[in-house]
Design a protein around this ligand. Structure first.
Ligand SMILES: Cc1cc2nc3c(=O)[nH]c(=O)nc-3n(C[C@H](O)[C@H](O)[C@H](O)COP(=O)(O)O)c2cc1C
Length: 359
């Protein structure tokens, strides 16, 4: 798939997520097969004033390869100045504009999803960015749905007309926040209407939901957000399923080492769907997957250290996600909560991981 002149290796995107998609996490997801990643949203206002040093700390590194920077702002001239600055400094492959964030503090400044109520402003922003940068660095946008499908389509058309090279659509309105189910039908309608690549987003959490979203909407790409937290391996699973129709439980190497039988392949995912509190069966494959989660956490920590991004708040949140679904995870998370420095969290995770390996 291509965004403007930028050719991407595939169509699986990691969603921009504040406090999640830092450089370390993006590298981890790429290692697991994410084709393209975006930074979390960066305030255009912060970029054009002296605060920019802190927001740009370890924003990217040469080994990251092609990546996108997402900007959030409301004034065309500020967004344009911010985009020119990051373009010059970091050479992103794509610059994305956040037109969907429903958070109050963002909406109150007229940014994110507040802009969806101001089509003229959206047009002005994207036109300015496309004219100033578009030939060198393609511009993309990310929206949520509006209450009316007609208005959503109008906004989508306007985004294309203004010169954007791709559009990501999260199938919920801003009012819905994260409630209910993300809708595929309006995304399909946008895909049918526009010529630029459309990326479907919302509730893609496993092989089945990914294949369904791609097939039903006919979209060019898929963007995965919450399901990747603590589980970057999801990209490998989904890619494998889309390419072969097979469920992949583990990388081929470790699979053969572990000697899993094919009929065992689906078990852990079935187990995950079991109701809370229901007794889980012993499953050696699940144990292997738990070890993988710890290994991924360990890699995440190493990358945080390498890029000087380690801090206890971020580490605690990620440790919670990396332990999700593990046996005894609730108690483990309580223990993590009681620790207030990174070193102690890393040591606890290491000890639990070593315990798992011994089993
Ligand atoms: C913690 C968190 C932070 C997010 N931050 C951003 C952001 O910075 N920019 C953005 O466009 N969307 C942001 N989102 C929305 C996601 O990119 C995505 O659209 C949404 O989570 C739906 O996809 P999912 O169901 O795969 O999670 C955020 C979502 C979460 C949960």
């Amino acid at each position: 798939m291509k965004i403007g002149s930028t050719k991407l290796p595939g169509n699986l995107f990691l969603a921009p997520m504040a406090d999640v998609t830092n450089l370390a996490f993006r590298l981890l997801c790429k290692e697991h097969g994410a084709d393209f990643t975006y930074t979390e949203m960066i305030s255009a206002d912060a970029l054009v004033n002296e605060n920019r040093k802190s927001v740009l700390k370890s924003l990217s590194a040469p080994e990251e390869g092609a990546f996108g920077i997402q900007l959030v702002g409301s004034k065309p001239e500020t967004l344009s100045a911010a985009a020119l600055f990051v373009e010059e400094e970091y050479k992103p492959a794509v610059i994305d504009v956040n037109l969907g964030c429903p958070a109050r503090q963002i909406r109150d400044t007229g940014c994110g999803s507040a802009l969806l109520e101001k089509p003229d402003k959206i047009y002005a922003i994207l036109k300015e960015l496309s004219e100033n940068l578009g030939e060198r660095t393609p511009i993309s946008a990310k929206i949520r749905l509006l209450e009316s499908e007609k208005k959503t389509l109008e906004i989508a058309r306007l985004i294309e007309k203004a010169g954007a090279s791709a559009l990501t659509v999260h199938g919920r309105t801003a009012k819905e926040m994260y409630s209910g189910k993300s809708k595929l039908l309006p995304i399909k309608a946008i895909k049918e209407e526009l010529s630029i690549p459309i990326i479907a987003n919302g509730d893609i959490r496993d092989e089945k939901s990914a294949a369904e979203a791609l097939e039903f909407t006919g979209c060019d790409g898929l963007m995965i957000g919450r399901a990747a937290r603590g589980n970057p391996f999801i990209f490998r699973r989904i890619r494998n399923f889309l390419e072969t129709g097979e469920y992949l439980i583990s990388e081929k190497d470790s699979e053969s080492k572990a000697g899993f039988k094919s009929e065992e392949r689906q078990k852990p995912w079935e187990m995950r769907e079991k109701k809370r509190g229901e007794k889980r069966e012993e499953n050696p494959l699940a144990e292997k997957l738990q070890i993988r989660q710890f290994q991924d956490f360990e890699t995440y920590v190493k990358l945080l250290e390498k890029y000087e991004l380690l801090n206890s708040t971020n580490l605690r949140i990620h440790a919670h996600w990396f332990t999700k679904g593990l046996r005894g995870s609730r108690q483990l998370r309580e223990r993590i909560n009681n620790l207030n420095d990174s070193k102690a969290i890393i040591e606890l995770m290491k000890a639990v991981s070593e315990d798992q390996c011994k089993k």
